[in-house]
Design a protein around this ligand. Structure first.
Ligand code: NAP
Length: 336
């Protein structure tokens, strides 16, 4: 029997990689995307012929219900979210409504329409805030330090509650994923901002320079502006991480799993490595600007992924230096 998977947020970084993985495994894949004027599918444009698209919004329970009634998925991957912690400070209500309550809408509509469907919820290491425990695992207390993380905590707690509901338990697994990046990462995230800037500087690009999270050109007067260079994160490669999502839904029992590399690097190290890929010294091009530092800081975040390794056999394949190279080389070709 061919399995059917519905992915909310298919146009995003993870949604597009996950679609490719599931199509390779022989799944029928459907994607739930926001309607926009150009009907652009973002990162999923290249596979639009191979997937079924439902236009809708996590704001709208009706559009979620119609997609579930029509497609009747065996698996739902709830990846849709306003996913930038930094931007969430400027859109607190929107973030809670989409990222928190939107996820709950998915769980509730699924319970009514396709109660046996297995659900993956995209939880995040940001829920740990500025933790005292290092590295963090599934038992580390949650203490969100931005509206995005608070919304994700709401969704996470509702998922765990639905899993333990005595009357009608739902199969909802939560992947507590640490940062994962790729050439498909949004330009409002620091890693992609750096790889795009390196490419624009190296290629001497003067026009159509991409915009940063504040709507300004990423490179201005030959420099890139970054926030806290000492912020520490655990960065993996997105295609490795979507495999863990799929593995969670194949396991006999729904559970929570931390997915991470267990390696810690600073933003400064990422910038240094990225400029080094093209033979440049990062200190000649990077400036710091407090406008890019969030009002409440998170981290250091470093994951202990021993549970997902032990139970599901998942391990990251791509090392930090290779991730940086992949991103810079892709952007050198894109921003030429
Ligand atoms: P992403 O690239 O920002 O993708 C987010 C997706 O959500 C996009 O397809 C976006 O559509 C969609 N979306 C936003 N608002 C929506 C709404 N109201 N209704 C329907 N769709 C909506 O994020 P990602 O990096 O792929 O991450 C996937 C998920 O994992 C997210 O939930 C994220 O919070 C979570 N996560 C990510 C990381 C990471 O490091 N990447 C780590 C932990 C957890 P548009 O194309 O229309 O904007």
């Amino acid at each position: 029997m061919v399995k059917r998977a519905l992915i909310t947020g298919i146009s995003g970084q993870d949604g597009s990689y996950l679609s490719e993985l599931l199509l390779d495994k022989g799944y029928e894949v459907a994607g739930f995307v926001r309607r926009n004027a150009t009907l652009d599918l973002g990162n999923a444009n290249d596979i639009k012929e191979e997937v079924k698209i439902y236009y809708g919004d996590l704001h709208s329970p009706e559009t979620i219900a119609l997609a579930l009634l029509d497609f009747k998925p065996d698996e739902i991957y709830n990846l849709a979210a306003l996913s930038s912690p930094f931007a969430s400070f400027r859109d607190k209500v929107g973030t809670i409504v989409v990222t928190g309550i939107g996820a709950l809408q998915v769980f509730e509509r699924a319970k009514q329409i396709v109660p046996d469907t297995r659900i993956y919820q995209a939880s995040t290491s940001e829920m740990f805030g500025a933790p005292k425990q290092m590295p963090q695992n599934e038992d580390t207390p949650l203490a969100p330090a931005n509206p995005y993380a608070a919304a994700k905590e709401l969704a996470h707690r509702m998922a765990v509650m639905a899993r333990h509901d005595k009357n009608q338990p739902q199969f909802i697994s939560c992947g507590i994923l640490f940062n994962h990046e790729s050439p498909r990462r949004g330009l409002n995230f620091v890693t992609r901002k750096i790889s795009a800037a390196v490419a624009c500087i190296k290629n001497g690009k003067k026009f159509d320079v991409p915009l940063n999270e504040l709507g300004e050109p990423i490179v201005k007067d030959g420099k890139i502006k970054l926030g806290d260079l000492n912020a520490k994160r655990d960065w993996g490669y997105a295609p490795d991480y979507v495999e863990a999502m799929w593995m969670m839904l194949q396991h006999e029992k729904a559970d929570d799993f931390v997915v991470a590399t267990g390696e810690l690097h600073t933003v400064g190290e990422f910038a240094k490595e990225a400029f080094a890929v093209v033979g440049l010294n990062w200190e000649d091009y990077v400036e710091t600007d407090p406008s890019f530092v969030p009002p409440v800081q998170t981290g250091p975040l470093c994951g202990d992924a021993s549970k997902v390794k032990k139970i599901l056999g998942w391990e990251p394949k791509t090392k930090f230096k290779d991730l940086v190279k992949i991103m810079v080389h892709a952007d050198l070709a894109k921003f030429s």
